[in-house]
Design a protein around this ligand. Structure first.
Ligand code: SF4
Length: 463
């Protein structure tokens, strides 16, 4: 998710930013661009490179815009759900793009539907547009702040009207959102790697509870939610898995944190082995740290095919299973006859890890010691990471010894929660709910991923 203001070719700038954010979602991509008087939109299913052509970008003229890559945590992968969502209100066009999960979206949606509102998508994000269009907010000062303050859960938003862009982050700061300077213009993006991609200089993060408005008169910061309680709830899984290693997230260098997790894992769960291999890509840096700390040589026992997506964020189970078979191959000469430490970033259902272990055995690995750079994932996420239900999470049903047995590895060790937080500068400011079950937001109103699809329907695109 990104936004730009005051740049010469907004569409090209958004394209480059989205390209570097592709790891955050691969189901769809879109952008909305304005020249100050007219708004132009392009979006579709698939990767950034599938959706935008040179000719499309040339037609998206303007000096400001917002863009999004979709990774669904509510709603199916149907085309209407691709963002930015664009609507026409009585006072003009609004566009919105969202990362996260709104835990009260179903309740708010039902309230609006009962009073006659029509929804176009099955995403939680659309509710913000209804709040903005509601006369209760529309005619009052601080309209956007008031609308945002109605939302509960995790959100980083970029919004746009014909002549300004806005960026907002929920009061817990679950998802990252950063501001950069590009010449006399501005760029906001989910990760700093997108700022670097377009040559923008990182300025600061959007603060939790802040709405930042960028228009011809400059930057205007507003507070829509005061800090409550002692701490924030930054998603620690961004550091473990989700963010790109060249990004700075929540003030931490993702690369360094992952290497440090590997070092701590080696101290917490040492293994007598001949080589250390990482599961690419997000296990690779923890494997490097494990190798440095243990003195066991690092090798490349897995080869990843980079031409298909990250299986974890494929929406359907069938896609996930097929993707794994295509995605990672064992290098037999590296592992044959060896005692191997395999470092992965997480184990969710366990089926993928089990398949990889079987492939290593088939290739001749003598012993396999699995090490995981986060604690057992016992609880689902309701704040923007698409974990399966609790029953599907292997660690919610089995003890560590039972998981070891299921995976068919010689030993298994997870990083402790203490070591997960220890290297972080503001360790009290992190969400670790998927490991502990301590959610910082009331999730009782939260429903399933497709709960907003009361009347399932299909869209058929005709060329
Ligand atoms: S529950 Fe886990 S994945 Fe979800 S926001 Fe918290 S730390 Fe991140």
């Amino acid at each position: 998710m990104c936004g730009v203001y005051g740049v010469k070719n907004a569409a090209l700038c958004l394209y480059r930013s989205l390209f570097s954010l592709q790891h955050r979602g691969q189901e769809g991509a879109g952008m909305v661009v304005s020249d100050g008087s007219r708004i132009r939109t392009c979006k579709g299913s698939g990767l950034v490179s599938d959706v935008f052509s040179r000719a499309t970008l040339d037609n998206l003229t303007g000096y400001m815009g917002i863009g999004h890559v979709r990774y669904s945590t509510t709603g199916s992968p149907r085309p209407e759900n691709v963002q930015p969502l664009v609507v026409e209100c009585v006072d003009g066009v609004w566009a919105v793009a969202h990362n996260g999960n709104l835990v009260n979206a179903a309740n708010l949606r039902q309230m609006y539907q009962e009073s006659g509102s029509i929804f176009q998508t099955s995403t939680d994000s659309e509710i913000l547009l209804h709040l903005l269009a509601d006369p209760m907010y529309r005619h009052r000062p601080g309209r956007v702040c008031r609308a945002l303050s109605e939302l509960e859960g995790s959100f980083s938003f970029v919004l746009m009207t014909v002549d300004c862009i806005m960026a907002a982050r929920d009061r817990f700061g679950f998802r990252p959102l950063s501001l950069g300077r590009l010449g006399t213009g501005y760029v906001v993006a989910s990760e700093t790697c997108a700022l670097a991609q377009v040559g923008a200089v990182y300025e600061r993060d959007i603060e939790p509870g802040e709405l930042l408005v960028i228009d011809s008169s400059g930057l205007h910061s507003h507070v829509f939610a005061e800090r409550q309680g002692a701490s924030f709830s930054h998603c620690v899984f961004e550091l473990v898995y989700f963010a790109r290693p060249d990004s700075q997230v929540f003030g931490e260098c993702v690369h360094n944190v992952r290497v440090e997790y590997g070092r701590r894992l080696a101290r917490e769960h040492p293994a007598a082995a001949d080589i250390v291999i990482g599961v690419p890509d997000s296990g690779s840096l923890a494997a490097l740290g494990f190798a440095h700390e243990s003195g066991i040589p690092l090798d490349y026992g897995f080869i990843r095919n980079h031409y298909i997506g990250r299986t974890f964020i494929m929406p359907e189970e069938s896609g996930r299973a097929e993707g794994v078979d295509l995605k990672i191959a064992v290098v037999p000469h590296v592992v044959r006859g060896k005692r191997v430490v395999v470092v992965d970033d997480s184990i969710v259902r366990g089926t993928t890890a089990r398949r990889r272990v079987a492939a290593l055995r088939e290739a001749g690995a003598k012993e396999i010691h699995m090490r995981v750079s986060c604690p057992p994932t016992v609880f689902p996420c309701f704040f923007g990471i698409d974990f399966p239900t609790k029953d599907e999470l292997i660690a919610s049903r089995k003890s560590i010894e039972e998981i070891r047995d299921f995976l068919k590895v010689d030993s298994l060790g997870y990083l402790s929660c203490e070591n997960l937080l220890a290297p972080l500068r503001r360790r009290a400011d992190y969400c670790v709910a998927c490991f502990t079950g301590n959610y910082s937001v009331d999730i009782s109103a939260m429903t399933g991923k497709k709960a907003l699809e009361l009347f399932p329907r299909e869209s058929v695109l005709i060329d």
